[in-house]
Design a protein around this ligand. Structure first.
Ligand SMILES: Cc1cc2nc3c(=O)[nH]c(=O)nc-3n(C[C@H](O)[C@H](O)[C@H](O)COP(=O)(O)OP(=O)(O)OC[C@H]3O[C@@H](n4cnc5c(N)ncnc54)[C@H](O)[C@@H]3O)c2cc1C
Length: 450
């Protein structure tokens, strides 16, 4: 089918302003600039009915579709590389109202995480998923990737915040569970199944999400440690000593310096290892955190945020890691998890092994220490395969997972047979075929062959 006819048909469904060729790469090149090429057809439906009509049109012509939200994904799963069209959900951005009694809210899949957080805050509540890309990442994208972020240690990943979903499946049927029932044990949990499905089973159009109370006091501090092992142990002590811990983010000296160089964000002190600790409660948790830290070995310095500005600056030191690394080149990104008990050893080992395997490379590690989830970023060096085998092979050696929270996308699909059993993979294929018999919804992610 020629491009004009395709745009004509899709434009008739969604309006001509919302079916176009992306010449500059906003929709067709990913955030890291590693995946994609400008020139893809983009279609932006404005309602569920329009999503159904686009899906029906594509299915009838076997045109593959990549669903896309904010295009902040880091595994190449949301951009077209094989002639797919991009179905952008950005117009499906309705929010609320908040139901204060059930502490739930229904939001369109194209609403950004930041907009949803703000709506929850205005109602005196909080949406517990949070991470640096909040301004662009969408609720649909976070559901499709089962996003994690900085508050997982207290509230769990996105799947735990999702009470219900509405989605258009690959066969054009609308899957609708937005009633908000907290209890519904009538068979398989299909809502959970869609969480983390990376656009392969259906296009999420709306989500019913769970909100949590907003604490009156928040305490944020940056703690310096002499060693990685001391940092990991201390987070364990704090976690067992209080239930107010929201976040524990690990950074290394090299990464913190890079953020300073790239964006002028200062460090209150120098340390080999930093952990950004945030706790919230209905009383000020600072004293308790301080007391717990005083019993920990290896603490070299502590800086406590005294106001909103210093708190924001401490968070910038962490949030800007991904962007600061991006200013030095296109990194190879490995979002991995290992058992917390093996984390310190893993971090020490990964840097050493990568520099041995590829001496011209530079490795930056940071991440969510309480979950054992690190983001290993490797810049430079010239052997992609050797570096990948070194990092992900080490993860498997430590009993970990090659994808902690970003998903598999295109980047890690070759690792699926090494990570998951044949039984698991065959089940995934059967589920895909049940929801998307034409295999045209994001067919090039997750598995090599469906
Ligand atoms: C600076 C930065 C920091 C980040 N920090 C974190 C972090 O701490 N934790 C974390 O988990 N992630 C993090 N990410 C990764 C990314 O933000 C998340 O994966 C996010 O969930 C992607 O949302 P999105 O709307 O941008 O999705 P996209 O990038 O548009 O898409 C991601 C995947 O979801 C699918 N998809 C998108 N929308 C839909 C839909 N409506 N229905 C079905 N499938 C859909 C796409 O096909 C693709 O496979 C970070 C990214 C950046 C750039």
């Amino acid at each position: 089918m020629n491009g004009d006819a395709l745009l004509g048909d899709l434009g008739a469904i969604v309006g001509t302003d919302h079916a176009f060729v992306d010449d500059v790469g906003t929709y067709s090149v990913d955030w890291t600039k590693r995946f994609g090429a400008p020139g893809a057809v983009v279609v932006r439906p404005g309602s569920v009915d329009e999503v159904v009509a686009v899906v029906d049109w594509c299915r009838a012509r076997s045109v593959a579709v990549v669903p896309q939200g904010g295009n902040t994904g880091l595994v190449g799963g949301g951009v077209p590389l094989d002639g797919e069209i991009v179905l952008s959900t950005r117009r499906l951005d309705a929010i609320g109202p908040v139901d204060a009694v059930s502490r739930q809210m229904t939001v369109g899949s194209g609403a950004t995480l930041a907009a949803v957080q703000m709506a929850a805050e205005e109602a005196g509540l909080r949406y517990a998923v949070d991470f640096g890309a909040r301004g662009s990442a969408t609720i649909g994208g976070t559901v499709a990737t089962n996003a994690g972020g900085v508050n997982v240690l207290r509230y769990g990943m996105t799947r735990r915040q999702v009470v219900g979903l509405e989605a258009v499946l690959g066969d054009g049927c609308v899957f609708g569970h937005l009633s908000g029932l907290e209890k519904d044990n009538t068979g398989f949990d299909l809502v959970s199944l869609l969480c983390g499905s990376e656009g392969t089973l259906g296009i999420v159009t709306a989500a019913r999400i769970r909100l949590v109370p907003r604490a009156s006091h928040v305490s944020t501090s940056l703690v310096g440690f002499a060693t990685m092992a001391a940092a990991v142990r201390a987070v364990g002590v704090i976690r067992s000593g209080t239930d107010s811990l929201d976040a524990a983010e690990l950074m290394l000296d090299s990464g913190a310096r890079l953020v300073g160089e790239a964006f002028g964000v200062g460090r209150p002190f120098d340390a080999p290892v930093y952990v950004l600790i945030e706790a919230s409660a209905d009383h000020d948790p600072s004293e308790q955190i301080e007391m717990l830290l005083s019993g920990c070995e290896g603490v070299t310095d502590v800086a406590v945020a005294v106001d909103a500005r210093t708190r924001r600056d401490l968070w910038r030191l962490r949030d800007e890691h991904t962007a600061a690394i991006g200013t030095k080149g296109v990194p190879r990104k490995f979002d991995v998890t290992v058992p917390v008990g093996a984390l310190a050893e893993f971090i020490e080992a990964v840097t050493g092994r990568v520099s041995m395997a590829s001496p011209a490379s530079e490795t930056f590690v940071f991440g969510h220490v309480a979950d054992g989830n690190m983001h290993v970023n490797v810049l430079g060096g010239d052997d992609d395969e050797v570096i990948e085998e070194t990092v992900l092979g080490l993860v498997l050696e430590h009993g970990g997972s090659v994808s902690a929270e970003h998903g598999v996308g295109r980047l890690k699909k070759a690792w699926m047979p090494r990570q998951r059993s044949t039984v698991d993979l065959d089940l995934m294929r059967a589920i895909k075929r049940a929801c998307d018999p034409g295999l045209f919804l994001n067919p090039h992610v997750l598995l090599d062959t469906w």
